[in-house]
Design a protein around this ligand. Sequence first.
Ligand SMILES: [Zn+2]
Length: 347
Amino acid sequence: MSEGKQTVNAPVLKDFKGQGALYDGLIRTLEEGTFVHAYLISGLEGMGKRTLSRLMAQHLLCTGENKPCGVCPACIQVQEGNHPDVLVVTPGKPISPDVKAGLQGIPVDEIRYVISLVGQHTFVGGRRVIIIERADKMNQSAQNALLKTLEEPMPGTVFLLLTDSPELLLPTIVSRCRALKLHPWPDETVLHALRVHGVEGAMAKNALHVSGGSIGRALAVAADEEYWKRRSDVIRDFFDIPSRSDILRIATAWRERKDEAEALLADIEDMVRTLMLVRLGQRDASVINDFPAPWQRLAQEGELKAFVSLMEAVGESRKLRQNQVTWQAVVEKLLLRLMEEKSKWST
Ligand SMILES: [Zn+2]
């Protein structure tokens, strides 16, 4: 990564060098001009999926010499989000006038509308890019409508599907896209990004530890007082459950915090991952100083499968939520599992 503020204002493809094989393959594709008509960019939230999609769009539409030049009108329009040949599908911000704004998913009408736009429009450079953010938010019929288009590609049109949950997409969609999977960033890359944004010292270290290798998450938690407040609540309620008889009380309290459900599950997953990284010697034990003693023992002596099973329990919670199980019931089940593990390590 280059030094200085430039990195923040205008990311460049080279910023993705730390992604190894993904970067090498992409650069080869770009240099040879061997673009396919659909890509699936996946990876945890904050890994750079949006940034990468914009850079790919720039490369496709750039009218300068060294693509993407970053300074030609096309590059600037893509960066500013107003290039006429780039359509961005985002849940909640529909392009179609017939889809209600604020709707959580991506309905079939939105996909049909976007495809019809591509059909009628004449294009500046003969190419167009359709970016579908949170592609997993497409419902079944939206996915089926998209699938038809992917099966009969439109000349000059490149689809970029972005998701942190590729398993929610139809396997037939996944198999029609070339996969670009972003991996966790190295610590020094995350720390560099934090430094560029003015985050240093203990906060940088804390943010790194909870980032899971996601630059976006590191920056978000560093700026989020709520996160650090919730962290102490989560450790108290989920990792220090006094006894079985407290589960109902705790779950009832969290029933009111349903809007924090996703964030809570991500927090717990991160915490378990951090405990595991301490066990593996990849994190300093000081990062779990605020955990109750049994968890510190687990992080010293636990078997790997204990951590894996706890992470699976979090995954199971997500699945239950998708299956419309009440949030309180999901919390109760997770609390029970965490208490079970804690009691194994209580002396
Ligand atoms: Zn350009």
